[in-house]
Write a protein that binds this ligand. Sequence first.
Ligand code: HEC
Length: 197
Amino acid sequence: MKVFALLLALMVALPAAAEPTPAEVQKIMQRDFHPRGQATMERLAQDGVQRVCTETRDRPPAEVTKALEADQMKTITYPQGSLMGDWKRGETIAQSGRGLTWNDKAGEAGGGSCYNCHELSPQEFSHGTIGPSLRGFGKTRGAGADLQRYVYGKIYNAKAYNLCSQMPRLGLSGTLTPEQIKDLVALLLDPASPVNQ
Ligand code: HEC
């Protein structure tokens, strides 16, 4: 009982620390971010979509979400012909976390960092869980033209489908080339890909 009373007294005496304002957060980030190579201070500037998501804690009003997703959808450009590349190259791209970091060369194609957030091939058991498992994706969802278009678009600009998605916009940002995105489409959808075994 005594301990409880003491705790209660402490809770009253020590009010919860006030949350920093957005301006204070910006100041701290400006102070602690060290520009190097192609990773310049511009990295700290949010675009309109990111700002809306930050300001609404990822819950913008439905009509705002709909309008901004439609805008994001317009940024996706599809290459001519088949969207299915080579799943073997796709696996290497999914494994690689390179691209747009300070010690990558500007303009050089990067990797997808897919395993940072997703489970894909069963052979790779080290993966993150921020995103859903993509194991058996093509087997369960199909691999037809519509699915190919969806997966290509999702990788190109995830926010076109889910405005405040944590998934990076890998095509729009220039991290991945159209050719690389096609290889990732094959990794997810090709029946021969380890993802679908
Ligand atoms: C920083 C984490 C992150 C990275 C990196 C990431 N994703 Fe995602 N991904 C997510 C999250 C979170 C979702 C679920 C929310 C959503 O749909 O936006 C998602 C959703 C998806 C979906 C839709 C799943 C469905 O059921 O329709 C696909 C496909 C996908 N990711 C593929 C990929 C591929 C391929 C890569 C690598 C090029 C990748 N992701 C990289 C976080 C990530």
